[in-house]
Design a protein. Structure first.
Length: 134
C-alpha cells in the first residue's frame, strides 16, 4: 500500500529526539493506516461500517479507537491469531493510542522522546505484523 510505504519512509527519516511531535503524528498515522489496511485486506470493512452505523455516532467516519476495538475482537475475523487480538485489546495499546492522541491535540502534555520510544515499542509488533503481510 502506497500510503503505508510513504508513512514508514517518513517516520524512519524523522529524528524522534529532535522532532518528537512529528514522529508522534507519523506513528499515529501509520498505526491507523495499518489497521485500515488490515481490516480491508480481511474484507471486513463493510462489517466495520455496519457496526459504525449502529453505534453512538452513525454517519461519522470510524476513529482509530473504532479500528482498534473492531480488530481486537477475534470473532470479527480481522486477525486469525487470537494473540494479536489480545495485544490490540491490551492496556498498553490503549495507553499508546492515548499518548499519540494527546500529541495530536497538544492540550495537556508535551512531546517527550523517551515516552515516544516506549509508545512505539508497545505498538511496533502490531504494525510490523501487518506490514509483513500477515
Amino acid at each position: 500500500d502506497d500510503i503505508l510505504l510513504k508513512l514508514s519512509a517518513e517516520l524512519k527519516a524523522v529524528n524522534h529526539v529532535k522532532m518528537p511531535v512529528a514522529a508522534s503524528l507519523l506513528l499515529r498515522a501509520l498505526f491507523e493506516c495499518a489497521l485500515v489496511y488490515r481490516i480491508r485486506k480481511a474484507k471486513k470493512w463493510g462489517d466495520l461500517m455496519a457496526k459504525q452505523k449502529q453505534g453512538k455516532n452513525p454517519g461519522r467516519d470510524p476513529s482509530l479507537n473504532d479500528f482498534i476495538t473492531f480488530a481486537s475482537v477475534h470473532a470479527n475475523g480481522v486477525f486469525i491469531e487470537q494473540n494479536m487480538c489480545k495485544t490490540l485489546a491490551s492496556g498498553t495499546t490503549k495507553a499508546a493510542k492515548s499518548y499519540l492522541d494527546s500529541m495530536t491535540h497538544m492540550k495537556f502534555q508535551e512531546a517527550d522522546a523517551a515516552t515516544l520510544v516506549s509508545v512505539a515499542n508497545n505498538i511496533r509488533a502490531i504494525i510490523k505484523y501487518i506490514l509483513d503481510g500477515n
